[in-house]
Design a protein around this ligand. Sequence first.
Ligand code: PLP
Length: 278
Amino acid sequence: KKVYLNGKILDHKDAKISVFDRGFIFGDGIYEVMTQVNGDFFYADAHLERLSDCLQKVNIDFDVNSLLNDIKRLRKVSDLEFKDCLVYIQVTRGIAPRKHAYPKEVTPTVMMYIMPFELPEINQKHIKAVTTLDYRWGRCDIKMTSLLGNVMVNEYAMKHGAYEAILIREGIITEASHCNVFFTKNNIVYTHPSNNFILDGITRQIVIQLCHDLGIEIRQEAVKEQDIFLMDEVFLTGTTTQIVSVQQINEYSFYKGNNTGPITKKLQEAFLALKKQK
Ligand code: PLP
């Protein structure tokens, strides 16, 4: 398997990173995940823009503009030009003696890989989620490589036989360990506003746009934990999840006898149409 590391394409066994890389020592880095669908990167511009924004937020000085060409080179070498794929990109601050403050002269470490990844046309699963406390830090808008908080709450979900952990901060639902959360009630769609308590998912942005296009009312307002039971539909969004129906949260089941609500289904179909256009 080939990987990209600092301008070179190498066999993954030959790709070496210093133990003093701040990505390793501090989790001081930003990452991005996107897919290739029908031979084209899906919303690559949006993903690269988010990467660039996050790098700026933490003062990592790196220009993302050359990355698309490099990933195309990697794609070619890996013989993946026509396969559905997942692309992983990470930029860490670089190698420096271990001191917390940003080092002055440092070159970012850039690593990317691409691998075959089959997405279903529509995610037909109807999953179970559990709620848990959102004890992550206060800058969840930064897509950083230090994902221990997300890892811990996802592990909690796995232990409870659930696909996802839906996170609660001060009584309101923020997001999930690797997805954004949407609810519907009386034909209105609700999701947490994009602020420092959630990652503004690219799939989230697409779904909001689809709601506008389809004339579905969308409100970027958080739902309270205590109101979960009043909701009609729940779904999660994410690059690899796409749009998935949530059938159950904790012991409470939605859609008795039916596993996907009508608005969720409409959005899934519109999302599929978008992928076919690309
Ligand atoms: N929220 C969190 C915490 C995530 O890690 C992710 C994706 O990894 C998302 C939301 C969904 O973002 P996107 O749709 O850009 O994949």
